[in-house]
Design a protein around this ligand. Sequence first.
Ligand code: ACO
Length: 319
Amino acid sequence: MRYARILGTGGYLPDTVLTNADLAARVDTTDEWIVSRTGIRERHLIAPEQATSDLALEASRRAIASAGIEASELDMIIVATTTPDMIFPGTAVILQEKLGLPGIPAFDVQAVCAGFMFAFATANAYIRAGMARKVLVVGAEAMTRLLDWSDRRTCVLFGDGAGAVVLGASDEAGVLATRLHSDGRYKDILKVPAHPEQGALIGNAYVHMDGQAVFKFAVKALSELAVQTLAEAGKAKEDLDWLVPHQANLRIIESTAKHLHMSMDKVVVTLPGQANTSAASVPLALDTAIRDGRIQRGQLLLLEGIGGGFAWGSALVQY
Ligand code: ACO
């Protein structure tokens, strides 16, 4: 049996940190409100001269080093992003150039905060099918560039960063199951309603969100997704060592864990210092917990992402 295994991971957060107190100086909010409603304490901000591909490059270099491979061994690059360097070419192609790997297929996946799960499942499918051996899968975002800094309902929620994983073909168990879902009926509860036309951006290029609708949808979808993914691989909740969920809101994560009767001791939480980094959040959380020794080789992990569309996806992984 040919599996895709996680060979290495990497993460990168830009240097500039914006605390809740910094935000309270800009809009009518407080550290207490933000912490109690979201769990977020601070977030990292991309530098003016940086692009999403620069964040992706740092995370990718770290993932390649941790996989113990040469970049030249990669045969595919997939980047999940909602905040590409430009409309085209894809950020994956720009990353490919920065890594010096001309010729291998490189493409973007756009499924907002679920993007990394869509990219990861795609890479897994290529490896399982024997069409790729080593794939670099990246989630990289500059979400703060989509924020209206006068809108306290949204500007407190997001941060920037990138996470990357190298998946490689192996006879040893790795990715056991993946699931992907989308439902366009919910497209209006979370969106950036703008499009390019004749050299201008038409519409409003800021995040718009119905927070309570998003909250309800996310808890239900993530809980059901966990049960379905475990069942698909013939595993029980008790078999799970770690849940690595999308880091949007601590209350969403806690409610999901409660629905699953899981102790928060088995849930990776990186949100307080990073806020919601959209497609970067799952690989960043994964990388953090691997590097700090929480996640160990041989353990069973459930990765889950969810975001605008709505789109949601998971991967059950024998690490
Ligand atoms: N500071 C102070 N007050 C605020 C702030 C803020 N930053 N934001 C909103 N408020 C106010 C509102 O204006 C409102 O005041 P009003 O009653 O005078 O009108 C009051 O707080 C309550 O607003 P609600 O929107 O009802 O607050 P709620 O308890 O629902 O919390 C929140 C809002 C945190 C956004 C919550 O709905 C939530 O967590 N939703 C999930 C959204 C999310 O995580 N999105 C991330 C992107 S989606 C994803 O990645 C899955």
